[in-house]
Design a protein around this ligand. Structure first.
Ligand SMILES: NC(=O)c1ccc[n+]([C@@H]2O[C@H](COP(=O)([O-])OP(=O)(O)OC[C@H]3O[C@@H](n4cnc5c(N)ncnc54)[C@H](OP(=O)(O)O)[C@@H]3O)[C@@H](O)[C@H]2O)c1
Length: 278
């Protein structure tokens, strides 16, 4: 977003406050809020299009964007979870059929969303296989993935055996899309985080970009249905109180964790953001 992602939506609304995840204490509530109270410890995430973000001392969120913070983890640990996990949750919602004993392939399990998807899939009873960098392999296996293939050292098309019920592609490059789709059984589901809606609306504006993105999605859906017999989806993060409740439950019992590599002060965010931290 600092570099201009989403400019078609955000440019008229500048200046923005960035930041999506939050963990903290409720300072005040509106009159219609019933599930939260002042002083309560909460965590959650704003919707992707929110204009007033969480890189602040005080943030404004709606009731359904928050849940009680898991008591067993710190605010720092809790603040690393919701946005990535809710994005992965949308994927699992889309593939509800990818439940107990189904095979799920997560492309890019080393990233925040991919790692959350592995843990949510394992908790749902899926057999999860993932691709990740060499430094992430041990973490993937510890989180319950059956196989973690190092995409920097191995040919994943050789290393991974068999077909999958669902593929969740957090990378969305042409080659990961091709590989992911070829790994699906007929009737399987491919989901990518790299839908073209944002890029096309940024390039052509909402009026042209959005219908263009929709037509590209429909074309791919029809094409893959006929060529491979699979369903093709773009998936996006959405605030979801049921999802957040499940994420809270799994975090509380240690089944959903996000490693925190480093912490930094609010005033250092501009420098750190350019290093890739969020
Ligand atoms: N559509 C949405 O609503 C939505 C929501 C959130 C994020 N996103 C997008 O989804 C992507 C992932 O987000 P994130 O927060 O998970 O990113 P992240 O934490 O920065 O993770 C990126 C990871 O991708 C892995 N990777 C890179 N190339 C790979 C490849 N060829 N094969 C397998 N793994 C590869 C690397 O893992 P290793 O360290 O293991 O090498 C890297 O750590 C980003 O592009 C983000 O913008 C979309």
């Amino acid at each position: 977003m600092r570099a201009g992602y989403g400019r078609s939506v955000f440019e008229p609304l500048l200046p923005l406050v960035l930041g999506r995840d939050v963990s903290g204490e409720v300072a005040a509530v509106g009159t219609s809020v019933h599930s939260l109270s002042v002083g309560q410890e909460v965590f959650g995430a704003l919707h992707p299009t929110a204009v007033r973000g969480t890189y602040t001392d005080y943030a404004v969120l709606s009731e359904e964007e928050l849940a009680a913070k898991p008591a067993s983890i710190t605010h720092v640990e809790a603040s690393a979870i919701p946005f990535a996990a809710l994005t992965a949750w949308q994927d699992l919602l889309l593939c509800l059929w990818c439940g107990y004993r189904q095979r799920l392939l997560v492309i890019g399990g080393g990233g925040a969303v991919g790692f959350a998807a592995i843990q949510l899939g394992v908790a749902a009873g899926c057999y999860v296989t993932t691709t990740c960098g060499s430094n992430s392999v041990a973490r993937m296996l510890e989180s319950g993935a059956e196989q973690a293939v190092d995409y920097t050292a191995e040919d994943i098309e050789v290393a991974i055996k068999g077909k999958f019920d669902a593929v969740f592609d957090t990378i969305g490059l042409p080659e990961t899309e091709r590989t992911g789709i070829n790994f699906l059984k007929r009737g399987g589901h491919y989901m990518t985080l790299q839908g073209e809606a944002a890029a096309l609306t940024d390039r052509y504006g909402l009026v042209v970009g959005l219908p263009l993105a929709t037509s590209i999605l429909w074309k791919k859906q029809i094409q893959y249905r006929y060529s491979h017999g699979i369903e093709y989806w773009w998936t996006y993060m959405r605030a979801d109180s049921d999802g957040l409740a499940e994420i809270r439950r799994l975090s509380e019992i240690g089944k959903l964790k996000m490693p925190v590599e480093k912490t930094f002060r609010g005033e250092d965010i501009p420098d750190r953001a350019s290093e890739g931290c969020s």
